[in-house]
Design a protein around this ligand. Structure first.
Ligand code: WT7
Length: 635
């Protein structure tokens, strides 16, 4: 019997029970049936959350790109693998077939090889959403190099930190990128970053905007001439199941980003299986995920999951508001998109616009709508359901993380009845638990607590690159023998989960995961700043926005303060990127601190949210008087 494709609720419960009773047997069957292996595993799973160590399909040999591409050549060689929709709607879309993708990935792999890249080397990819990004990712996987994609909205400092942390030898970038009616000088950002990256000896440059750029001789090469003279054959490197596939950085509670390490076979099996079921993808459907490949959503559900299923995956270079706020719906109509996957922040921004943008388009191709990245509020859920899905398309509110590699809690469309703001039920094989602050499991329904997972799933991250201790401390130390997600959740009367948000110092702004510490570090770089604290506050489009409380060394006048505000945001933009800019900056003479010197963020969060009536017990503070001052001049 095949459990690969779940179609109704009964079947979900049946398969779920099986996957939990005997996970090894369950995942072994999935792995047996749907993939190409050079050698099968000796052991399905070994794990120990104390170390922590997790190994899936140990002993197996494979290459994930043969599963993404070669395997489909006989049956679907001429079908579209990647459907590229450019920033400019006048520029024609590109339909890249599986055969063409095969040739392009092989050529790129040959170029990487000719520049000295081999199995295990790290390659940093800093590209806009153009086909070369997907091709470069797959070329790394083909050759066995570890890709580390850095979102092309990150600044040069953020880029150099990541390049140095993973020890990348090569950077693949473009001369620039389009963003609406603007262009961005990506190569200039790379050049600046590389001043601090002595380990990089080769930069491959895609020509996207015909930009005027500097090419450093002996280091920088235009990619097209190299591709043109490369063979379109490349025998895939045979990898071990647990060989690293990629490193992807995510924010943490200290200044340094965490390089989440994902490995090959388990990631492949889980992203393929979740894609098929969560989107109910059927042959020849057109699937579109609007995320950027610089985030895990793009890795797992623009590239790997869809291609592993032989799907057509839309890749969109542009932004939702260019040339106008109807762009998403225009694209859905144009390419007859069947599954559409986006973030609540985009839905909220689009819901603010005139309904005509949606109504003038034929959206009848849509079958399934997805959301990811942050909790979706009730109004946004209904707007999406009523106006985009016309109440006919189930909404899959998918909860997961960079660390989990794939979707963890989600409805299965047409099987699980949906409920606004609820991610609903654990996906097959996922065993969530709610824990209280004392480390005890909270049983029963209608309860809330800290969300943990008590059993490994195939695509769990294996480590933080170069810092296994931090991996252990961050995810496996708060609760014994559990993976701790950092999120709070509640479980309703039927066992549905609702994710309530982060319980740590990570803030999700427009679906981007930002740590407060790196932002505070950036603010403190300003010569006039003595100390700072950043918290999130509710924002109707972004979900959360950032509020900074800043102590200046000397309090200046209003005008001076305004300048400092601007400069602080400039520094943040340089260190991290524009996504981390503060919406509000309040100057204060002090920050509320505990006697041990820890900032009481709980108080600052309440003040920022204009909910400071009841601050609870502040008597333990070292400096309770400062609270009134901060409340009094809150913005
Ligand atoms: C954090 C992970 C994995 C996709 C992109 C984000 C929040 C994610 C949901 C959801 C409520 C969600 C969580 C999580 N989150 N999806 N459906 N409902 N919250 O990946 O950058 O690693 O962020 O995003 O807080 O921990 P990420």
């Amino acid at each position: 019997m095949s459990n690969y494709h779940i179609k109704h609720l009964e079947e979900y419960y049946q398969v779920y029970r099986k996957s939990v009773r005997n996970p090894e047997l369950f995942w072994e069957e999935v792995a047996e049936e749907h993939f190409l292996w050079h050698k099968k595993w000796d052991n399905v799973l070994s794990w120990d959350f104390k170390k922590p160590e997790v190994k899936w399909f140990e002993g197996a040999k494979l290459n994930i790109t043969e599963n993404c591409i070669d395997r489909h050549l006989h049956t679907r060689g001429n079908r579209t693998a990647i459907l590229f929709e450019p920033n400019n709607p006048e520029e024609p879309a590109q339909h890249i077939s599986y055969s063409q993708l095969h040739a392009r990935v092989n050529q790129m792999a040959n170029v990487l090889k000719s520049k000295g890249i081999k199995k295990g080397d790290r390659v940093c990819i800093y590209l806009p959403m153009i086909p070369e990004l997907a091709v470069a990712v797959l070329a790394c996987a083909r050759i066995g190099a570890i890709h580390s994609v850095v979102f092309a909205g990150f600044s040069s400092t953020a880029l150099s930190t990541r390049i140095n942390d993973c020890g990348a030898k090569m950077v693949i970038t473009s001369d620039g990128s389009y963003r609406g009616d603007k262009t961005i000088d990506l190569k200039g950002i790379v050049d600046k970053a590389l001043d601090d990256c002595p380990g990089v000896n080769c930069v491959l440059v895609v020509n996207r905007i015909n930009g005027e750029i500097n090419m450093k001789s002996g280091r920088d090469y235009w990619i097209q001439p190299l591709l043109d003279k490369s063979s379109s054959d490349f025998p895939a490197e045979i990898m071990d199941a647990e060989d690293p596939l990629f490193i992807l950085y995510t924010s943490g509670s200290t200044g340094k980003p965490k390089g989440m390490l994902h490995t090959t076979a388990g990631y492949m099996v889980y992203t393929a299986y979740t894609f098929k079921n969560v989107f109910q993808y059927k042959q020849d459907d057109v699937y579109w995920c609007t995320a950027d490949i610089g985030w895990i959503t793009g890795h797992s559900y623009i590239i790997y999951g869809p291609l592993l299923n032989g799907a057509t995956s839309v890749m969109f270079e542009g932004v939702p508001h260019y040339p106008d706020f109807g762009r998403f719906w225009e694209i859905v109509e144009k390419h007859k998109v069947n599954q559409f996957y986006t973030a609540p922040t985009a839905i909220r921004a689009l819901a603010k616009q005139h309904l005509d943008f949606v109504e003038k388009r034929d959206l009848s191709s849509l079958k399934v709508l997805g959301t990811v990245g942050e909790p979706i509020n009730e109004e946004a859920w209904h707007w999406y359901n009523d106006n985009v899905g016309k109440k006919k398309c189930p909404i899959v509110d998918t909860w997961w993380q960079t660390e989990t590699g794939g979707i963890m809690i989600t409805p299965i469309p047409f099987a699980t009845p949906t409920k606004p703001t609820y991610a609903t039920l654990p996906f097959i094989g996922i065993q969530p638990v709610l824990m209280d602050e004392n480390g005890a499991e909270i049983h029963g329904n209608q309860v809330d607590g800290r969300l943990c997972i008590k059993f490994p799933w195939p695509s769990i991250a294996r480590s933080i690159w170069g810092d296994h201790q931090r991996f252990k401390d961050t995810y496996f130390s708060a609760f014994e023998n559990m993976y701790f997600t950092g999120d709070g959740a509640l479980r309703d009367e039927v066992g549905y989960y609702r994710i309530t948000g982060r319980v740590d110092d990570v803030i999700i702004v427009s679906g981007h995961n930002l740590g407060t510490a790196p932002i505070e570090d950036a603010i403190n770089e300003h010569p006039a700043v003595a100390e700072s604290a950043v918290v999130g506050f509710p924002h109707d489009v972004k979900g959360n926005a950032l509020y900074g409380f800043v102590i200046l060394k000397e309090t200046g006048e209003g005008r001076v303060q305004d300048n400092v505000r601007k400069e602080i945001n400039q520094i943040i933009t340089e260190h991290i990127g524009p996504i981390a800019k503060l919406d509000k900056i309040q100057f204060t003479s002090g920050l509320p601190k505990t006697r041990s010197g820890k900032i009481m963020r709980r108080i600052l969060r309440k003040i920022a949210a204009r909910d400071a009536e009841n601050l609870g017990d502040i008597s333990t503070l070292l400096n309770p008087e400062v609270v009134d001052e901060i409340k009094g001049s809150a913005m």
